[in-house]
Ligand binder design. Structure first.
Ligand code: PGA
Length: 260
């Protein structure tokens, strides 16, 4: 059985005291209400990483991750943060290839591939985001787009390296829009991704890879999405900024874990 994972992507929200308060609330609610063994990964802005790692110390199912890391090991890149720096805070994960980075910062599949290599060299686990735009879906191009993102961004990795990856399918038309993919639409894509993983790395790797859904996930729609066979949890943006909503989503995911 694959582990269940819920990840929070705070994006560029929460100043320092706000971030500490939010995370403290999340920990309290998890401690009081969540049983089970799913993994919860919180990805705040860089400024919070070290403090959140400290707060998460006695909570084995909680991990901390960054939202990006540079493709170079170090150097004259003013304003950037390296994978080594992220890892040195105690954070274990990094999100790479998020559609907002692809869109606003022109990140290509090729750049995402380089960032993945550097993150792996620095012992980070990766949540790699892929997904199609509204226009691409309307043109029936979603499978081609996803296949290219997988092939050009990830499939240069060998099997051992690939074991450090989690994939997040995030249809861009569903991110922050309030429009979620239907459970059937999401399942169809997750199945497709798993088939591609199987063709590249074999059935065992495909069966073990965690594939998250992201895009306007909330406590109301999470149950149906997470009940799909190939959906192993979620990458949560807006709803992760409210401790109550985020923990309610975690509880839905846990329920799935108990049922299976
Ligand atoms: P959303 O964001 O839940 O606010 O749609 C998800 C994401 O971008 O990771």
């Amino acid at each position: 059985m694959r582990k269940k994972v819920i990840a929070a992507n705070w994006k560029m929200n929460e100043d320092y005291p706000e971030g500490l308060a939010l995370f403290t609330d999340v920990i309290k609610l998890i401690r009081d209400e969540v049983t089970g063994s799913q993994e919860v990964i919180v990805c705040p802005p860089f400024i919070h990483l070290h403090a959140l790692v400290q707060l998460a110390k006695n909570h084995p199912q909680l991990s901390i991750g960054a939202q990006d890391a540079h493709q170079s090991q170090s150097g004259a890149f003013t304003g950037e943060v390296s994978a080594k720096m992220v890892r040195s805070t105690g954070a274990e994960y990094v999100i790479l290839g998020h559609s907002e980075r692809r869109h606003y910062f022109n990140e290509t599949n090729e750049l995402v591939a380089k960032k993945i290599d550097t993150a792996l060299l620095n012992n980070l686990k990766i949540i790699c985001c892929i997904g199609e735009t509204k226009k691409e879906r309307e043109a029936g191009q979603q499978f081609n787009v996803l296949e290219r993102q997988l092939t050009e961004g990830l499939f240069h990795l060998d099997e051992t390296q690939f074991a450090h990856l989690t994939i997040a399918y995030e249809p861009i038309w569903a991110i922050g829009t309030g429009v979620t993919a239907t459970a059937a639409q999401a399942q169809e894509i997750h199945r497709f991704i798993r088939k591609k993983l199987s063709a590249r790395y074999g059935d065992e790797t495909a069966d073990h890879t965690v594939i998250l859904y992201g895009g306007s996930c909330n406590p109301k729609n999470a149950a149906e999405l997470f009940s799909q066979k190939d959906i192993d949890g979620g990458l949560i943006g807006g709803a992760s900024l409210k401790a109550r909503d985020f923990v309610d989503i975690i509880k839905v995911c846990n329920f799935k874990g108990v049922l299976l």
